[in-house]
Ligand binder design. Structure first.
Ligand SMILES: Cc1cc2nc3c(=O)[nH]c(=O)nc-3n(C[C@H](O)[C@H](O)[C@H](O)COP(=O)(O)O)c2cc1C
Length: 420
């Protein structure tokens, strides 16, 4: 009998899960519907804290972005390079997180599976430390099952929640792309006397931002990095589950990892085209049609990290004014963002107007409007996983179908029954 993913289970603390974790996809691409469904099926789903004030406004009737705009609208028309004064209201941020996390937890049925939140530490919000502290504590207050600390890993993040009553029972994990990054984190967080329960090892084929350099990501291999980390964890006898991510596309790929010592897999791209994904239908169809040569890694993100996306992502062709009065989630600790700098340069060079800002995008604006078509490298294979319909479009999948394909499928996909 051939081995399959369904023969394995992930154990974190005292809880057992199916070995599938759906990665966080901000803003609101990994919706609470997606996370709730992953948990219902017995796995783990992530919501995301990206632009969380906007997610709260969209689903919970708050007006946090409008309030921010009213407060800072005097900046409009000013050629500001530094927007440090545009601080987020920490109380509003706390309420936004509680709404979004609490809403997802209310929808969860029973104790099965887990709803985790992906907290992006590079969402610096003009005040990296305090906004991170608020997001972490609010998520725990709202009853989240687990927190995955991602991109831009803040080495002091465990210390920010060590006094929280749920610090030890909530599942905590970190995302790294190298053994060195994990070692640094363990060294720094050792003081809190609490190890992460899991480490997600994100390789170079993942979607979203990458933890590799633009000119060398091709030299790295997920299996190699994962094995290095598994060896280290075994050698040190650490009770940390290793969860690889990035380009794990089939049930056979996933089984290959768990067979060789990984505790589960983290996947995302396959779920971008499901009914529960936040991406609009037109974007999902674009993902299905994608060709391998249309998927690139570029430096358009003002965070400075390389990001993978489709070549024709709307975010690459923008001349919009920086929208920080309303959004401003990527402003660094000095109130700066490289999109603002590029935009201001263009205004100086072309006072009569210009079509686009080269090389950088206003990520906040285009994450909010789903105009950043970020995707994993394997997106070009999504068309293999479903049926093409008579009108040429591709049949949308459900999260349950993709889950089952990972659990039971091998190299070939269990395609859904053809829709009429
Ligand atoms: C559309 C999309 C958005 C993503 N957004 C985030 C994010 O906001 N934060 C994050 O840490 N990772 C993000 N990721 C990375 C995923 O969580 C995941 O680790 C990775 O994509 C797994 O590889 P796969 O897509 O090949 O399965 C994103 C991935 C995709 C496809």
């Amino acid at each position: 009998m051939t081995d399959k993913l369904d023969n394995y289970r992930l154990r974190l603390q005292n809880q057992e899960y199916l070995p599938i974790m759906i990665g966080g996809m901000g803003m609101d691409i990994s919706t609470d519907h997606l996370a709730v469904e992953a948990a219902r099926l017995g796995g783990i789903g992530h919501i995301s804290d990206a632009l969380i004030n906007g997610v709260s406004d969209r689903h919970y009737g708050t007006r946090f972005l409008k309030n921010r705009f009213e407060k800072y609208k005097d900046s409009i028309g000013k050629n500001l390079a530094d927007r440090f004064h545009e601080q987020f209201d920490l109380n509003e941020l706390y309420i936004a997180c509680k709404n979004v996390v609490g809403g997802a937890m209310d929808k969860k049925q029973g104790d099965q599976g887990g709803i985790f939140i992906n907290i992006m530490e590079k969402l610096t919000m003009a005040n990296p430390k305090e906004t991170l502290r608020v997001r972490l504590n609010a998520a725990l207050d709202a009853g989240i099952d687990g927190i995955t600390m991602s991109a831009g890993l803040h080495l002091g993040s465990f210390a920010m929640i060590e006094d929280h009553p749920r610090f030890r029972d909530a599942k905590l994990g970190v995302i790294v792309s190298s053994l060195r990054a994990l070692q640094l984190f363990l060294k720094k967080s050792g003081r809190s006397n609490r190890l992460p329960d899991y480490v997600v090892v994100e390789g170079p084929l993942a979607g979203g931002h990458l933890g590799f350099k633009i000119d060398n990501w091709r030299e790295f291999d997920l299996a190699e990095i994962t094995n290095e980390i598994i060896d280290f964890i075994k050698e040190q006898n650490l009770p940390i589950a290793v969860i690889p991510a990035g380009g794990i596309f089939t049930g056979a790929d996933a089984t290959g990892f768990v067979k060789t010592g990984s505790a589960a897999v983290q996947v995302a791209t396959r779920f971008t085209v499901t009914k529960e994904s936040g991406f609009p239908l037109t974007t999902q169809q674009r993902f299905f049609r994608a060709l391998e040569e249309e998927i690139e890694v570029n430096l358009f993100s003002p965070t400075g990290y390389p990001m993978r996306m489709l070549v024709d992502s709307p975010c690459k062709h923008t001349n919009i004014r920086p929208n920080c009065e309303t959004l401003g989630f990527i402003l660094d600790e000095k109130g700066k963002c490289s999109y603002i700098d590029e935009y201001n340069k263009m205004v100086e060079l072309h006072p009569e107007g210009f079509d686009r800002v080269p090389n950088k995008t206003c990520l906040c604006t285009f994450m909010r409007s789903y105009g950043t078509w970020t995707c994993g490298h394997m997106t070009y294979r999504l068309k293999e996983t479903t049926n093409q319909l008579a009108d040429g479009s591709y049949q949308q999948l459900t999260t349950a179908q993709v889950f089952e394909d990972y659990l039971k499928g091998g190299e070939t996909h269990l395609k859904p029954t053809k829709a009429e």
